[in-house]
Design a protein around this ligand. Structure first.
Ligand code: SAM
Length: 314
């Protein structure tokens, strides 16, 4: 793999792990190291992100992998777009909260969910791959997540009728995908196979992604399901959402797409209208375009239980 020129335009994103300390404390620490709150494209400049709370932007070539703050779990090196799913899911932050991260390793979104939950309640984090499960546990310990129960199992084999999951209201689904949105920065851990846009492979991934959404919709108390990929292909994004909306779970009025005002309304790049059944569906979806949005390529959608969506005013 060779370095991608688009990487030069992507700031080094740093998520302040609010489970450990506050963004104000982090900002003071960076200022004491000689950084200025200004612009991440100036030397020693940094900035707060305009969309995601607790996200800071540094110059693209800044290295944090040897920084004690990273090793202590106080900062998480996480691309902006990959912060969208947990943020859009907006899990509750109280002692009775029960949330699932269905596809958790390496665990950046899990620790983000934990932070948004104020480290309260219970967060089940499923990961079926044994080795990646080890990475997940290391990462969660470093991020000091104490409300997470990691489970080395296939999410598809979990029974929605299990009493442990009876109160699950929020599910994050970030399943394996082609990884076609990932901009190679050389220092990124790229775990997906190289994407060659092979339609047969994409179809296989899409079938599995749809099964995962349909399984999540079977949990009796679930109110919100965030589905995301780091792919730029409509096959894994709009088409999977379109198929999910055509299933009985949605046709029977149980679930629908959340309206734009619940899904990062200020983010301008939305789904591709030509790939959805209705123009409003595209408005509900979020896309990130590598090279144009200063992020990796990404896709986010939010399904909500029908009874929770406020009626649109005439
Ligand atoms: N959400 C993670 C993060 O932000 O760090 C990245 C998730 S990665 C795209 C997908 C992960 O889901 C992989 O580690 C894969 O092994 C796991 N996975 C795929 N299918 C699964 C399943 N059916 N049950 C549990 N884990 C699964």
């Amino acid at each position: 793999r060779t370095a991608d020129v688009r990487a030069e335009k992507i700031p080094r994103y740093v998520r302040v792990n609010s489970t450990c300390w506050s963004t104000e404390e982090a900002v003071k620490t960076f200022i004491s190291r000689g950084y200025r709150l200004s612009n991440p494209f100036e030397e020693k400049g940094f900035a707060k992100d305009e969309h995601i709370r607790d996200l800071l932007l540094f110059p693209p070539d800044t290295q944090f992998s040897d920084d004690p703050l990273y090793h202590e779990g106080k900062i998480i090196l996480q691309d902006k777009a990959s912060c969208f799913p947990a943020y859009v899911l907006a899990p509750p932050a109280h002692d009775r909260a029960v949330v699932i991260d269905a596809t958790a390793a390496p665990g950046n979104k899990t620790s983000h969910l934990c932070a948004l939950m104020g480290n309260k309640g219970k967060l089940f984090a499923f990961e079926r791959d044994r080795k990646r499960f080890g990475t997940l546990k290391t990462m969660l310990a470093r991020a000091r997540c104490t409300n997470v129960e990691p489970v080395n199992a296939d999410f598809m084999t979990t029974s929605p009728a299990d009493a442990r999951f009876a109160a699950v209201t929020h599910i994050l689904l970030d399943p394996s995908c082609s990884g076609s949105g990932i901009v190679n920065r050389l220092d990124y851990l790229v775990e997906s196979e190289a994407d060659d846009g092979n339609e047969e492979r994409l179809q296989k991934l899409a079938s599995f992604q749809l099964l995962m959404i349909r399984h999540a919709m079977k949990f009796p108390a679930v109110q919100r399901i965030a589905y995301s990929t780091c792919s730029v292909h409509a096959t894994e994004n709009e088409h999977v959402v379109r198929e999910a909306l055509r299933t009985d779970e949605c046709a029977a009025g149980k679930f629908r797409l959340a309206p734009r005002d619940m899904v990062l309304p200020a983010w301008p790049r939305r789904g591709l209208p030509a790939e959805t059944d209705a123009p409003d569906d595209a408005e509900s979806l979020v896309r990130c375009s590598p090279g144009e949005d200063a992020t990796n390529g990404f896709f986010v959608s939010l399904f909500v239980r029908e009874s929770l969506v406020p009626e649109a005013a005439d």
